[in-house]
Design a protein around this ligand. Sequence first.
Ligand SMILES: [Zn+2]
Length: 211
Amino acid sequence: MKVAGVDLAGSPTRPTGFCILDMGLYAKTKLLYKDEEIVNEILAVKPTIVSIDAPLALPRGRCCLKDDCQCRKAGHLRECDKVLLKLKIKFFPLTLGPMRKLTLRGINLTKILSQKGFKVIESFPNSIKIILGFPGKKEGLEKLRKALIDYGIKGDINKKKITEHELDAILSALVGKLYLEGKAVEIGDPDEALMVIPNPKIYNYLKGNLI
Ligand SMILES: [Zn+2]
């Protein structure tokens, strides 16, 4: 079994981090740009699951992310986002500036991949960093890279010049792997949007009392 992790950029002109992770934690990473490139890589590998770091569904009651649409009154947060707040995991709401483009791109990519028969999950690397206790952004990329090596990630994690996007793609893929192993949970409302995060109970995060 293999898992694909995608740290999706809001625009195809900016780099998207891509990772293929096997169950032995061997990671292959690269940067991709267009949707077509991402889809072709996934078609070539046929992963069991595709884990995408981007919002993949709108809040219930919203038909779009336009400010002048009536649906705006349905708000900014999905149930899964509210669970993140309870877990004290920070994120940018999907209605915020550049997050809108990312969200629409994520929804479209999910549609393409689902039509091709792939199981797609929404992930959020910050959740895995916090729940598993990996170093945050402020501590620098090298610390995160070393922490992932200590965790057991092999392969391209050893590239000295690995980018932030590839590291996030590895984290995304790792959430997918934990999901396949039953060590992750889906949060949110299944009729709206589900996000997959490492199970806080298993990792003793906040004593796992909040969900
Ligand atoms: Zn609308």
